[in-house]
Design a protein around this ligand. Structure first.
Ligand code: KDG
Length: 337
């Protein structure tokens, strides 16, 4: 059966409220699925991975065995992406920002200050334009299933509290290996250093870099508070995670198997967003209790940062094209949230 028809059938099945995933023995084979991710097992990413594996096993009567691999034990995001494309690994969850080298349209989610509330992100990412960006992965050998939440990113460092734009000057700031993140923090005046997530704790511990930026959840679960003194609340960008599969592997699954995995990924997404938001609400207090000095940034200074970041927004437009950028903006407007 042709791929577009399978995609259409899968989408139709999942859209229909009557669609119930029941494994027909002959449609589901015994398979081992290696699912890799970068954070610790005891993190929002790890808890969602565990639930994902449980849901896949339950819906397939134990035939689809998903084994989860935490803390980049199967490699960094880009190494796992290559393994999926080559068919050496079946699935992973990682940052959309690390996919830009494979699918440039993913850069639209790097737009500084794009979302200001999680509900906006949910509406846009789970809507038509989020799906359109995800479908661009297929021509590169990956299948995008769902978006999970990494969250709003905030700054930590060991040099000084960041209270105004000028405070970025001279800070060696680790950023994800991604052109827009690199440009954004160069524009802020920092010395931006791209590093994979798997190398970040050591780089902070050895003072190879002064600081980094990540959601509260990651700062807590990766124990960055042990090696970082200052936390500045900037919420400068909302980061999605994306669950992907090897297309080479995915296309060999039956429609029933694809439906089981897709349905389980959606359940894990809904759990992960709730879990992440609940944890984030408590994380700031926990980080303070672990010795971090937390400061807010005045609205006037946030406005200066927005202004300073404008060339990075133009870089996103140049990368993804004005039509897609405008489509995301329109979806954001329409979200009304
Ligand atoms: O697998 C972990 C990474 O994908 C993710 O956490 C990316 O936010 C990220 C970072 O800072 O590298």
């Amino acid at each position: 059966m042709k791929r577009p028809l399978i995609a259409a059938l899968t989408a139709a099945m999942l859209c229909s409220p009557l669609f119930a995933v029941t494994a027909h023995a002959d449609d589901v084979r015994s398979r081992m699925i290696r699912f890799g991710y970068g954070l610790n097992e005891n993190s929002n990413q790890g808890r969602a991975a565990k639930l994902f594996a449980e849901e896949v096993a339950k819906a397939s009567e134990g035939k689809l065995k998903m084994r989860t691999y935490a803390a980049a034990s199967l490699g960094s995001d880009d190494q796992m992406q290559s393994a999926l494309i080559g068919g050496a690994q079946e699935m992973m969850v990682g940052s959309t920002a690390t996919l830009v080298g494979i699918t440039k349209e993913m850069a639209v989610w790097d737009t500084p200050f794009l979302f200001t509330r999680e509900q906006q992100a949910d509406a846009v990412l789970d809507g038509p334009v989020g799906r359109k960006v995800m479908d661009k992965l297929e021509e590169k050998g990956l299948v995008g299933l769902v978006y999970w939440e990494n969250g709003f990113r905030n700054l930590t460092n060991n040099a000084r509290p960041i209270t105004k734009l000028e405070d970025f000057s001279g800070i060696k700031l680790r950023v994800m290996p991604n052109p827009v993140f690199l440009e954004t923090f160069k524009l802020m005046g920092a010395n931006a250093v791209p590093l994979p997530f798997s190398e970040l704790f050591t780089a902070l511990e050895t003072r190879a870099v002064d600081g980094q930026e990540n959601p509260y959840n990651t700062i807590l679960s990766s124990k960055f508070y042990e090696v970082q003194k200052y936390l500045t609340v900037t919420n400068h960008v909302y980061s999605p995670w994306i669950v992907t599969a090897s297309k080479r592997w995915w296309d060999g699954l039956s429609q029933t198997e694809q439906g089981i995995i897709l349905e389980a990924a959606k359940k894990a997404r809904d759990f992960e967003r709730q879990d992440t938001r609940a944890e984030a609400a408590q994380a700031l207090a926990a980080l303070k209790a672990n010795g971090m000095q937390v400061n807010e940034i005045s609205p006037a200074e946030v406005e200066r940062m927005r202004e300073q970041a404008k060339p990075a927004i133009q870089q996103v437009v140049d990368t993804v094209g004005q039509p897609l950028f405008d489509e995301v903006q329109a979806a954001l407007e329409a979200s009304g949230s």
